[in-house]
Each structure stands twice: as C-alpha cells, then as structure tokens.
Design a protein around this ligand. Structure first.
Ligand SMILES: NC(=O)c1ccc[n+]([C@@H]2O[C@H](COP(=O)([O-])OP(=O)(O)OC[C@H]3O[C@@H](n4cnc5c(N)ncnc54)[C@H](OP(=O)(O)O)[C@@H]3O)[C@@H](O)[C@H]2O)c1
Length: 403
C-alpha cells in the first residue's frame, strides 16, 4: 500500500485533483485545488528536489482534504457506466490484431500490453532500455501463461523518444519484428511528468515537450506507412492539460519564456489533444486514411511510477523500499487512496479505445475519460493552434506526415 501511494501522492498533487475537476459539482473546490498545484510552478522552481517534494506533499494533503469533503468527488471516482472499473476485452477478440504501445515496460503501458495480448493481440511494446524491455516481455508472458492465453504474443523494441534519430529509425526495427503485417493500433502512451528543472534532450528540446509530444508526433508520422488504413491511434493525454490554462503557447514550447514542471506537463498534454484533433481532421480529408481513428484520453489518477520524474528516481526507489516517515505522507496516503485508480483500472480507457467494437464515427478524434467522451476546454479545440502546432512539430522533428 505504501508503495502505491508514494506514486499516488505525487501524481495526485495535480492529477487526482484534476481528474475529477470537470465532473465535480462543487467548482469552488476544484478551482482552489488547481490553484494550489499551479502555484508550484511559480514558487518551487528554485527549491531543491527534497523541499519541492515536501511542498507537493503538503499541497496534496490540503487538496485531498478538500476533495474528501466532497461526496460528489467520490461518486465520480466510482462512476463507470461504459464498462466495469476494469475493462477487459473478450478472449480472442483481438486475434490477428497488431498493437504497438510506447512505454510498454511499466505502468499503464505494461498493463495495456497484458490486457490486449490476453485478448489475442500481438503486441510490440517499446522500451528505451533493452533490459527493461526483456523484463516486461517476461512479465507479460508469465501473465499470459497464468491466464491460459494461447493466442497473444508480446515482443519488445527499442525506442527513445528523447532521441529523434532513434525515433526516425524505429519503423525499421518494427519492420524486422512484424514483417509485412500492418499495425492496427498505435498507442502513444510513454510520458514523463513534472521534471523539476528545465532539461534539454540531445536534440536540444525541452524533455517533457519532446517525450510527451514531439517524439510521438515524429513516431506517428514515421510509422504511417506501416499502419492499417483503419488503424486506431491512441494518444494518452491527461486532464492535466488544463494546467496550460493560457492555451498553447507556441513561443514557449521549450520553456523558452518560462519553464514550470507542471505547466510544461500541462502544455505537453494539451499538445497530445491538439495533435489528435488535427490528425483526425487530416485523416478524414484523405482518401487513403479516412478509416483511421485517433483518440486522446485521461486515464485517471493512477498508481504508477510516473512520479519518479518529480522526486528523482533514486529517492523514489528509496521511498518505495522504506515507505513514508512523516505525518503528511501518512495523511495523504489515507485520504488520497480512495481517489486513486489501480493500474488495472487506469489502463481501462486506453485498452477500451484499442479494443472496443462499439466505437462510432462520432467518437473519432475525441477526448475520453472513464471510457466516455469528455468535453474539453475551448483552448483544447482551437483548430488554428492545432494546425500551427502540426507545422511547428514537422519543422522541429524534421519529419513530414504523408496523409
Ligand atoms: N499515472 C497517472 O496518474 C497518469 C495520469 C494522467 C495521464 N497519465 C499519462 O499516462 C501515460 C503513462 O504514464 P504512467 O503513469 O504509466 O507512467 P510510468 O509508469 O512512469 O511509465 C512511463 C513510460 O514512459 C517511458 N518513457 C519515459 N521517457 C521515455 C523516453 N524518452 N522514450 C521512451 N519511453 C519513455 C518510461 O520508460 P522508462 O521505464 O525507461 O522510464 C515508461 O515506460 C503518460 O503519458 C502519462 O502522462 C498518467
């Protein structure tokens, strides 16, 4: 329990609060919670990791207390009318399907691999570390064996989204694995969150921007020739996009004007949505790709290792081993636990979008939460900004879409 809540409290500082925000009837509560977290960007940038983490814990504690006093939040947390809390595609329903999942070695990606392979799909999981990739394949294989699955297969391929050369050659590595088979589902799932300080990749771009958006943009463009014409492209976003409250700032994509751990995450998750919108629009206008469907989604606030970027991997692992020592940690643990989804629950929306056979044309290009289309803020449906982001992304990545 203490392991999972370690993650929960850091992600919950922003994610569990925002996860329920649009649905909570008490808007004063959610806006206060949002204010608490967005202040982190302004005030915490100069703090060291330890202090930063402590301040996040306190903010999460306050936010969680605010939220636990709202019964409607609990209702929302339990709402799941599209599918039960955990969506499992039927056995054999994915037979013959080929799925590629980025960041498939852990968290929501790994869980998605398991569930789709268990339904019969062949899944290629990507990992930036070969050892982690092999370990994930072993874990999935054990899972499939334990569940008596015959059809599902899993393989790993290297992908580092922070290295555009690596991204641009991914299709060759994929081809070696899949041969002439076409990809039915591309799940752009990998991500980082709230990196404390501005960090540049080897390509010179801000790490959150490149990992969460630019790398996936380039990957999708490069992989297009390997996609089935009716492929589904699933971009794992977050309700954290709302932290880019000013909308897309094209002159601050790399934190040039101002860098904040949360605002940068929010911006990248907004980019996931705008990319989805524009991709769907362009696909519909193209003869070849009119059957392609793109989705973006919020998985919920989920107990994964995503918080390790916020507190540093070493400290994160040590907390995993030793647990919490302070009363604030305990407070957060006890009060937040009921709002945080398990990985099985959290992966359900993306697995549903990959596997469901009741997806209608009206759902194409939409943002999903708990398996349902969720209305997004106006700045996340800004067509002009989406078009500009597309052009800038092609320029920065050096990869052109052929749609
Ligand atoms: N957990 C939540 O509460 C939550 C809420 C909203 C949205 N999301 C979104 O859900 C997605 C999955 O997150 P998660 O919670 O499952 O996190 P996670 O457990 O930390 O998994 C993230 C995955 O991304 C991979 N990754 C990171 N940097 C990469 C890079 N440069 N190149 C390739 N892969 C890279 C990681 O690989 P390594 O293991 O090698 O680092 C890992 O496999 C993310 O897009 C996140 O924004 C999560």
């Amino acid at each position: 329990m203490k392991l999972t809540v370690t993650t929960a409290l850091a992600t919950s500082a922003i994610l569990s609060v925002s996860a329920f925000q649009p649905n909570i009837r008490c808007s004063r509560v959610s806006s206060r919670a949002v204010r608490l977290t967005s202040q982190a960007d302004d005030t915490d940038a100069t703090l060291d990791r330890r202090t930063f983490f402590a301040s996040i814990v306190q903010k999460a504690a306050v936010a969680s207390l605010v939220l636990t006093s709202s019964p409607s939040a609990i209702d929302v947390a339990n709402a799941a009318d599209v599918f039960p809390k955990v969506y499992k595609p039927a056995a054999n329903s994915m037979n013959g399907k080929l799925v590629v999942i980025t960041g498939g070695n852990t968290g929501l990606g790994l869980e998605s691999v398991k569930r789709l392979a268990a339904a019969g799909a062949t899944v290629v999981l990507t990992s930036r570390d070969a050892g982690k990739g092999r370990k994930a394949v072993d874990e999935v294989t054990t899972y499939l064996d334990a569940n008596g699955v015959q059809g599902g297969k899993v393989m790993a391929a290297n992908l580092d989204l922070c290295d555009l050369d690596n991204v641009k050659t991914f299709n060759n590595r994929l081809k070696e694995i899949i041969g002439d088979k076409k990809v039915d589902v591309l799940m752009n799932n990998a991500g980082v969150m709230a990196i404390p300080d501005l960090t540049l990749t080897k390509d010179g771009y801000e790490k959150t921007f490149q990992t969460n958006h630019l790398g996936h943009f380039a990957l999708t463009a490069t992989i297009m020739p390997l996609l089935a014409s009716n492929a589904r492209i699933i971009n794992v976003s977050s309700l954290g996009y709302q932290f880019a409250g000013k909308g897309l700032e094209l002159d601050n994509l790399n934190g040039e004007k101002q860098y904040g751990p949360w605002s940068s995450y929010g911006l990248s998750k907004l980019e996931n949505i705008l990319f989805t919108n524009e991709l769907q629009k362009r696909a519909q206008q193209s003869d070849k790709w009119s059957g392609l469907t793109a989705f973006s989604l919020h998985p919920g606030a989920v107990q994964t290792d995503l918080a390790r970027y916020l507190i540093g991997e070493e400290k994160f692992n040590s907390m995993k081993e030793n647990g919490f020592s302070s009363w604030t940690d305990k407070l957060v643990m006890e009060s937040m636990a009921k709002f945080i989804k398990t990985v099985e629950e959290g992966a359900s929306t993306q697995v549903y979008l990959a596997a469901a056979d009741n997806i209608t044309p009206s759902m194409a290009g939409k943002f999903f939460d708990n398996g349902k289309v969720e209305k997004v803020n106006g700045f996340a449906t800004d067509d002009e900004k989406a078009k500009e982001l597309w052009a800038v992304s092609e320029k920065l990545s050096g990869v052109q879409f052929k749609l």
